[in-house]
Every structure is written in C-alpha cells, then in structure tokens.
Design a protein around this ligand. Sequence first.
Ligand code: SF4
Length: 373
Amino acid sequence: MVRQAGPLLAPTANSWAGLDRAVSLGPEGILEELERAGLRGRGGAYFPTARKWRTALRHGAPIALVVNAEEGEPGVFKDRALLCLRPERVVEGIAIAMEALRPSITVMFINGRADPAAAGFARALARSPVEGRVIVYRGAGGYVLGEETALLNAIEGRRAVPRPKPPLPVDEGLFGLPTVVNNVETFAAISAVLRDGAASFRELGTNETPGTRVLSVSGRVERPGVYEVPFGTSLAHVIAQAGGPAVESLALLCGGPSGGFLPGKLCDVPIGPGRYHPTGAMLGAGGVVVLDADRDIRRAALAMAAFNAKESCGKCTPCREGTPLLLQRLAGQGTEEFDSLADAIQFGSLCGLGQMATGPVRSALEFWPEVFR
Ligand code: SF4
C-alpha cells in the first residue's frame, strides 16, 4: 500500500510528457538534463546515472540496456509497487533511456514470483511507444540475482553466479556488449526528471542526492507500506509516520541481509547513500524492517544469517563455507573467533552477498551482545 507519494508514485495525467520532452532534447540533451538533476541510481550503489550511461556510450559500440526488477531482498517490495501501481512511469523511463542510448537490445528482468508486477508492466508496455522493443525475461528467483553480473549470466542462459570484475558491465556486459543496468526505481526517477525538469527534481532531497527515495517499511508498525520521502528525511520521522514503537524499544533492520541493525537511539539519521553505522546498517535498496529490540533481535539476526547461507551461490569458498559457519556459531551461542571468521567472509568473498553478509551479525553483536550469550 502506498502511504506517502511523491513525484515517482503520484498519478499524472499525461503518461508520455517526459518522453515527448526527451525526444525534443535528443540524446545529449537527455544526458545533460540527468546531470543537472544530479540523478543517482536507486539500486544501492547510488552511482550517477548519466556518468554510467556516458561510460557505455564512450565505447562507440552497440549497447545493451537491462532493467533490474529482480528485487529478491526480504523486506523490500517498492519496485513491485511501482510496477503494479505506476508501471507507465517505469516504461517511460525505459523509453527515455532508449532514446538516449539507442541500445541494440533492451531487456526487462522481472522476478519470477512477481506476477502482478509483470502483469502491470506488460499492460503499460503494450500501450507505450516502445512496445515490441523490450524483451521481458522472468527470473527463477535468488537473492544473488540482485548482483548485476549474475543477472546478466541468467539472461544469457548461464548459471546465475557473479562474474569477476573487471570488466564492469558498462565495458563488457550482456553478450560482451557495453551494458547499462539500472533498477526499476531509477527509471521511474528518470521519467520524473524529464517530465518535471531538473530544477523541479532538485527541489526535493539534498544537494548531494537530490530527489526522493521510495522506502519499503514493514514489521512492527501500525501502517506498513511504501513511503516516498525526500533524501535527507530522518529515519525516525518515517518510523513515526508509519506508527512505529517508542524509541526505547525500537530496533531497525536497514539494508536487509546485506545491511544491519540499528537501535532506536541511533535512528535519527538522514536517509541517504552510504552506511548509517559502520557495523552494517545502510539505506541499500530502501528496506526498513521495524523490530522490537527486546524480543526480536536474536531471531532476526539468525534469520538473516540463515538467509545469506542459503542464498550463497557457492562460487567462492569464503562465502560458501563461511556463511553456514557464521550461522552455526551464532545459533550455538559460540561467538568466539567470530571476528576472524567474519573478516575472512567480508574481505575474501567475490561479490556483495558475501562481502556484506556479516553486517546483520556484526551489528546485532555490537548493540545487543547479551542476547547471544
Ligand atoms: S560471495 Fe557468495 S554469492 Fe557471491 S560469488 Fe561468492 S559464493 Fe557466490
């Protein structure tokens, strides 16, 4: 349910006004408008969108454009909400990207379980000017597919495991082509930038990260759902809006199985890229799970550790062998030698799943060590 809408989630009368403007600006004009808006990708890394596109274009070769609608993280459902409720915004953003990049192949990769989202997208695509030019690919599920090179392997029909980097996808991605991968919310934001203009887009958010962020808020709140808020809004404010518990008994899981826990007393942080705390809590894909600090932490930390162990694709040893061991130690109340094991997983793993798998465990032990004794 949409609890708070902004430029990305609000309904609009003319679905294609942003695309009309993009066509009149031309490819270079679109890139300059995205630069003026300061748009950063909403997938979790917050890389400047226009800079990524320019890197791919610099090769002077055919380009692949891929939309990542995998959204396999527990507690994150806002891309599905966008595809169900405002799919025309997403399709318009894709059409604008196609106008700027002139890709030789465009693929929409949708989570295999997200049927309503796929249906919403198909309806909007069928009514759009890019109908017939976007290949829709349904995934088979798996958290690792949020890693863009694993997703590219899946589209190519290979085993869905991450590739070593470099090369980055923008240099050598889908079928060896320079490839732009952006997520669903980024395309909705592209639509908003071209529809309302860069100056209007910058009126919300911060200088460093203009615009809004769509958050998935769930757990122990009276009003769970999707909240679109300007960057810089405090997490505590969002939790209060959602009807969360008092600060003293509050804990948040921010960033899901790749993020970490945050106690209520530290929740007054502004929403933005990067970590909220060095132990792991971060904005990531915009998932905020509200917990009761006195009752939920142990169970939630074990659930995240179990999830990461189960979702490890098995390609590299530190993650494949280390994440189940981490879970065993946590479950068996034996956290001795925890740091050396966590360091081996964090610094020895190939992709973000392993590198950030220790965040929920490290943060839980940092703030609530007593529940693991
Ligand atoms: S870190 Fe984990 S998920 Fe990533 S490649 Fe290695 S085994 Fe696979």
